[in-house]
Design a protein around this ligand. Sequence first.
Ligand SMILES: O=c1ccn([C@@H]2O[C@H](COP(=O)(O)OP(=O)(O)O[C@H]3O[C@H](CO)[C@H](O)[C@H](O)[C@H]3O)[C@@H](O)[C@H]2O)c(=O)[nH]1
Length: 348
Amino acid sequence: MRDEYAGKRILVTGGTGSFGHTVTKKLLERDVAEIRVLSRDEAKQDQMRHDIDDPRVRFYVGDVRDYLSVERATRDVDYVFHAAALKQVPSCEFFPMEAVKTNVIGSENVVRAAEASGVSSLVCLSTDKAVYPVNAMGMSKAMMEKVAQSHGLNNPNAETTVSCVRYGNVMYSRGSVIPLFIRQLKAGKNLTVTNPDMTRFMMSLDNSVSLVEFAFQNALQGDLFIRKAESCTIGDLAQAVINLFQPSASVEVIGTRHAEKLSEALASREELSRAQDMGEYFRISADNRDLNYSVYVEEGDVTQTQYSDYDSHTVDRMSVSDIEGLLLTLPEIRAELALAGRAAERSR
Ligand SMILES: O=c1ccn([C@@H]2O[C@H](COP(=O)(O)OP(=O)(O)O[C@H]3O[C@H](CO)[C@H](O)[C@H](O)[C@H]3O)[C@@H](O)[C@H]2O)c(=O)[nH]1
């Protein structure tokens, strides 16, 4: 990471999660003055305190739903990475208003507190499920993106640059399918696959941290960034995990869960038609026109010429052996293989 972090105070909301943990460790390699971790669960904070053991990390118990707790954590902070969210698709279907409270109202609290505290840059973490959303989690994240972008629209002289990044599925993140598959194999069970033809973008935690860092370094007011990514079918993902861990295991198809999509899109065709290709990344700028629509009725808008989304069904798909290779780059997978006594076997 570059030296723009030197001497700075950084707040990570949802800081005890997979992303928060990784970004905190990376930032500590730099000369940061302080990293604040804001989260609800004091037990997870205690665990992280012992794990990291660095006086530059300070823990704030609080909830993004509560403005005052966000404002307290944001005082004198330079940069904010907003990762706090409800992100499980099925549970948000049962409790959609909880998703609204955390992902929409909570995010507005973070934006307001950042501006009130004179934070210079705030990056909000979103998901591909926010594109043409069909589930409450994705809808609430889509609204978070709108809240983030409206900050610049409504505050031309804003001190805080607010940007968003969209992730695909972060491999091995807490509560996701890869650790579940490994637990099932360890317990001698079959892998439960919802629909083998379902496709998802797969990204490593390290790539997701790089995406946030890229956004942080390049963001203009209201920008949204995505990282180009490869996808795979869930059937192939399950097969890759089986090949690595337990070749005699098999798959049980359980059917699609509540409100799942067959594929995900990291960017819609409407967004792609105004996206800037930045190599590994796309920048999607906010629509910065004002509310004076009569002008646009006269002038028209001729820029919408893109016909396909950036979709996990149509981008390059990884083969089973590609997925195995990608899985083997993850430290968690290597640790699990070592525990299972299969590391030596794999390297032969
Ligand atoms: O027992 C299971 C559970 C899940 N799946 C499948 O595995 C894929 C990934 O499922 P996850 O639960 O790991 O992830 P989701 O796609 O539902 O959502 C995840 O990815 C999102 C980004 O798209 C967000 O980051 C979100 O927080 C995170 O849970 C899906 O196709 C799902 O149907 C199975 O096959 N079997």
